[in-house]
Design a protein around this ligand. Structure first.
Ligand SMILES: [Zn+2]
Length: 333
């Protein structure tokens, strides 16, 4: 199999019928819904992301893109220039997070390859954001499609892929309603996305639907009971009830916050119908901003040592920043 054509696999996210391409949009011949191309990216969302409406987002993307050609790094800076709701204190950390996306991807794929042999294609990167993981996975395995609910991230990711000489295969879509026909993908990868999704169970059942029989998954997600919340560093956030947690973190950290991290047992429950399920502590890439703020070098060393021992890994799976899950979807043939 050579390349993969989006047109051959894109489907109505509601009817799951192959979508028809009509120059500037796709449509569903079953329910007649139309799915526009926005800035060259097919938009198959059936609901917007919780932080911004679709109209506001389209306007924001136009502002970020401006009227000249910006590089990937410039687009990231422009994004935050037009996102004053993220506090100045957190902006450098978020920016570094985006710019170092390929380094985090290296870490992700290294951990994945220990758990899962990658022998088949194509792969789906759910919640690809600005495409750091998509990029490295595409370089390594070819045929990787990225989806994200945030058009504004995809636009920036498209630039990152193009700068690496890759053809972007990106689709704007909801993880809970994937715009693909059944049994398309050999595997699902997803880096720090489950915690952003409103209906985690639906995301995983959709992932199972679009993978081939015996398709694999490797995902990591923020740990609900992490001593320090993975994104903001807020201590023991998982102990606060959800609605209150959102308010408290938004207020104290001065950043929009709508995450639903899961615990090890919740993740096991969500993936109960899978085979060879392994839930483990996930080794995060600790960026410079984070290491200055929360950690001494010694603490990082201890964290890394614990990861390599069985008991240490178990403890970190319950209290560390991230957990990962790997295995295979069980499907009826
Ligand atoms: Zn339809």
């Amino acid at each position: 199999m050579k390349g993969i054509e989006l047109q051959n696999i894109l489907a109505c996210p509601i009817c799951q019928v192959l979508a028809t391409f009509a120059e500037t949009y796709y449509y569903c011949s079953h329910c007649n819904r139309q799915f526009p191309l926005r800035f060259g990216i097919p938009d198959f969302r059936i609901f917007p992301d919780p932080y911004i409406s679709i109209d506001e987002e389209v306007a924001k993307v136009a502002r970020i893109l401006g009227d000249k050609e910006y590089s990937f790094v410039e687009l990231v800076d422009r994004y935050y220039q037009f996102t004053p709701e993220v506090s100045e204190k957190l902006q450098p950390r978020y920016k570094e997070g985006l710019k170092t996306g390929v380094i985090r991807a290296e870490n992700f794929l290294t951990q994945m390859e220990k758990a899962i042999p990658i022998t088949d294609r194509p792969l789906l990167d759910i919640g690809c954001g600005t495409s750091g993981l998509t990029l490295l996975a595409q370089q390594r395995y070819t045929q990787v499609i990225g989806i994200d609910i945030a058009l504004r991230w995809l636009i920036i990711g498209q630039k990152r892929l193009a700068e690496a000489g890759l053809t972007p295969l990106l689709v704007c879509a909801n993880a809970e309603a994937l715009p693909f026909t059944d049994n398309v993908f050999a595997g699902i990868i997803s880096d720090s996305v489950l915690e952003h999704v409103d209906q985690a169970k639906k995301m995983l059942s959709e992932a199972a639907r679009v993978t081939k029989p015996q398709g694999f998954f490797f995902i990591n997600t923020a740990n609900r009971y992490s001593l320090l919340e993975a994104y903001t560093g807020f201590p023991l956030a998982g102990l606060i009830p959800k609605q209150l947690r959102w308010k408290v973190i938004e207020k104290i950290c001065q950043t929009p916050y709508k995450l639903n991290p899961v615990s090890v047992s919740e993740l096991r429950y969500l993936l109960a119908n899978t085979q060879d399920l392994r839930v483990q502590a996930y080794k995060p890439v600790i960026n410079a901003a984070l290491s200055q703020k929360f950690f001494s070098k010694q603490l990082i060393t201890i964290y890394e040592k614990m990861l390599t021992s069985n008991i240490g890994n178990k403890i970190l799976a319950h209290l560390g920043f991230f957990i990962s899950a790997s295995g295979y979807f069980v499907k009826n043939r």
